[in-house]
Design a protein around this ligand. Structure first.
Ligand SMILES: Nc1ncnc2c1ncn2[C@@H]1O[C@H](COP(=O)(O)OP(=O)(O)OP(=O)(O)O)[C@@H](O)[C@H]1O
Length: 265
């Protein structure tokens, strides 16, 4: 069964973003150079490119954790000013609190926003169930596997109710089986709620499996080299076997390889 993707208005609008870092030893480093990128509401956009091309930097700027040297990020046509619960961020080694239980971690955002306890409890129970951690609600992160910790981070983000998911290699540190399970769970979640996702990954397979569009970046400075539309049918779980999947993967791989070869001379 294929699910039609209804593409709406631009939700996240990255306009000519440049980022310069001041480095004592090497002088200024231009990490991003006039990057333009638009994600439509409900779209799943992945960002791939050689190491150091500025993928994380771009995501931190959209998250509002880093102020760009130049350019602007608009969400729903309004310029962003710093972080906001409407833009949730999940990192490779998730930023969960080791001293809080699974349940308390997921409750953190709603607690900060002052949600009454009864509502908070049912919200947390809902998201714990969604990521399959109900039985581990009272556990501490140290008692859980890497995949489970990433699921806490995802539930924590979901509980804040963001309309934009910013994900920086969220499954990068996991074994391949856990990674596939979480990819499936994320896809199911996305197919149900259709949030806008910006997803940084080193895995071309992962990008093709998940995305509507894939942004290929070139180093250094990071620029948008190419944007690839992924027109594979959804749900995608069985699309790995399609010839089109292989064709897209090879195309993206060659583009990144070419950039990497040019970068290392
Ligand atoms: N805070 C910082 N200060 C100075 N330079 C930085 C800083 N953050 C990133 N950089 C530099 O900016 C460039 C882009 O880094 P970034 O981490 O965004 O790349 P990336 O594409 O996410 O890399 P990777 O794929 O290896 O995670 C790199 O050359 C990095 O060294």
């Amino acid at each position: 069964m294929s699910v039609a993707v209804t593409q709406g208005a631009v939700h996240v609008d990255v306009r000519r973003i440049s980022q310069r870092f001041r480095s004592g030893r090497q002088g200024d480093l231009l990490a991003l150079d006039r990057v333009d990128l638009q994600a439509r509401r409900g779209e799943f956009v992945s960002i791939v490119g050689p190491s150091g091309c500025g993928k994380s930097t771009l995501l931190y700027i959209v998250a509002g954790l880093l102020q760009a040297s130049d350019g602007q990020v608009l969400v729903d046509d309004k310029p962003i000013h710093g972080p906001h619960p409407d833009r949730g961020l999940v990192l490779q080694n998730s930023s969960i609190f080791p001293w809080r239980t699974v349940e308390e971690n997921v409750a953190f955002g709603p607690q900060m926003s002052g949600l009454p306890e009864s509502e908070r409890r049912s919200l947390v129970a809902h998201y714990l169930d969604m990521v399959g951690l109900t039985k581990f609600a009272g556990f501490y992160p140290r008692e859980l596997s890497g995949g489970m910790k990433q699921r806490i981070a995802i539930a924590q983000m979901l509980a804040c109710g963001p309309s934009v998911f910013l994900m920086d290699e969220p499954f990068g540190a996991l074994d391949s089986l856990s990674r596939e399970v979480l990819q499936d769970q994320l896809l199911q979640l996305w197919e149900r709620d259709r949030k806008t996702v910006l997803f940084v990954t080193h895995s071309i397979d992962e990008a093709v499996l998940l995305s509507d569009r894939i942004v290929i970046m070139s180093p250094l400075p990071g620029r948008v080299k190419e944007i690839v539309e992924v027109n594979l049918p959804r749900p995608r779980q069985e699309t790995r076997a399609l010839p089109e999947f292989g064709r897209l993967r090879n195309h993206i791989w060659s583009a990144i390889r070419q950039e990497t070869m040019e970068a290392i001379g």
